[in-house]
Write a protein that binds this ligand. Structure first.
Ligand code: NAP
Length: 345
């Protein structure tokens, strides 16, 4: 089968012909066999690129993987084979899931307990983009911060994978949503998603823009900060937080881990949530399962949508990584089996 294989650490956006390229695209990787009576083999239809996949290949992710490995975490596809004791799925079912590794390939094997049935009405490619991005934002905003209607939500990196999902879930919760992103195209798109206020971080001060918006709406401050970026933007955003605000630490796309001063958190009664979504599989599996099932229902009913700005075949995985690295993604970049390279903004 075809699979992307990481053979050494490095920049996965390098041309595949470059001698320093850390990934190769193999056309003769072995098809994984079923590994237990409850295992299921899925023919992958689509798999999403997450920032974590990029960091893993760079060797900068919190969990280090032994080389060589097939990268890839969330995916959707069709059940291809089932073990003797599988009772929840049958060959031909439409499913989606998340894995530690291995979805940048034509086939993947997992246990039935890790799979989710994709309801009728859900686009299968969109379902492959749902678990990590929307799952993270749903657990963060709904389960942890318990975002309420009328509260003010500030989303950094708002046009990226997790950011755009946070925007949508914020609107579903009835929050007043402020989005921070760079560039006219991203801002226009965010406005079209019903965002209440947008800030172009490449052109204006986040504090000034947010403060003037809050004043116009007679709002005191931000109740929930959703932060997948870190660095300078986090520091600035803390200046517009309300008494009792929730800070959701999601990631550090800027490369800089921010400092949240404990003295100010004390005085302002802030709650700081560290959120590592994937670890809920081990520590709170029911939270993750309930969350993903609710999201799949929302997707099937059109309550949320997945914006896929770029899709590539496995053989062009380096271009998909370049799109992510160059901050061109609006929502998600996908690897779609048999796809021709496509950009839709
Ligand atoms: N905690 C968890 O469980 C969890 C789950 C998923 C993702 N994450 C983390 O969340 C972060 C975002 O992930 P994602 O998949 O949404 O990535 P993404 O789609 O690439 O989005 C990241 C966004 O961050 C902004 N950004 C600001 N500074 C940047 C920089 N120096 N380099 C790249 N982007 C920068 C970009 O927006 P502008 O260009 O508009 O500024 C971009 O849209 C990553 O750190 C990831 O590891 C964490």
């Amino acid at each position: 089968m075809e699979a992307v294989v990481c053979t050494k650490l490095g920049d996965p956006s390098l041309p595949l012909t470059d001698q320093d390229a850390p990934i190769i695209v193999s056309s003769s990787h072995p098809i994984p066999p079923l590994t237990s009576a409850t295992s299921v083999r899925v023919r992958v239809v689509a798999t999403s690129l997450n920032f974590a996949n990029y960091l893993q290949i760079l060797g900068k992710y919190q969990e280090k993987l032994p080389l060589p490995f097939v990268p890839g975490s969330d995916y959707s596809g069709i059940v291809d084979a089932v073990g003797d004791s599988v009772n929840s799925f049958k060959v031909g079912d439409r499913v989606c899931s998340l894995a530690d590794v291995g979805s940048f390939a034509e086939f993947i094997v997992t246990d039935q307990k890790n799979l989710f049935l994709v309801p009728d009405g859900c686009d299968l490619v969109a379902a492959g983009a749902l678990p990590v991005a929307f799952g993270t934002s749903h657990v963060a905003l709904v389960h942890r911060a318990q975002l309420k209607a009328g509260q003010v939500l500030l989303v950094l990196g708002a046009a990226g994978g997790v950011g755009l999902s946070a925007i949508q879930i914020g609107k579903v919760c009835g929050a007043v949503v402020i989005a921070v992103a760079r560039g006219t195209e991203k801002l226009q798109f965010l406005k079209s998603m019903g965002v209440d206020h947008v800030v172009d971080s490449s052109k204006e001060s986040v504090i000034d823009s947010v403060k003037s918006f809050l004043k116009t709406r007679k709002l005191a401050g931000v109740d929930v900060l959703y932060d997948p970026v870190g660095g300078k933007l986090t520091k600035e955003s803390m200046k517009v937080l309300n008494w009792g605000a929730h800070i959701l630490i999601i990631g550090f796309a800027s490369g800089e881990v921010p400092v949240v001063p404990a003295n100010i958190a004390l005085v302002k009664n802030w709650t700081v949530h560290g959120l590592y979504w994937g670890s809920h599989r081990i520590h709170r599996p029911h939270v993750l399962i309930d969350s993903l099932n609710e999201l799949l229902q929302w997707l099937s009913k059109g309550v949320i949508s997945v914006n896929i700005s770029h899709s590539y075949p496995l053989s062009k995985a380096n271009l998909a990584f370049a799109t992510l690295k160059d901050r061109k993604v609006l929502g998600k970049v996908m690897l779609v089996m048999g796809a021709s390279p496509k950009a839709k903004l």
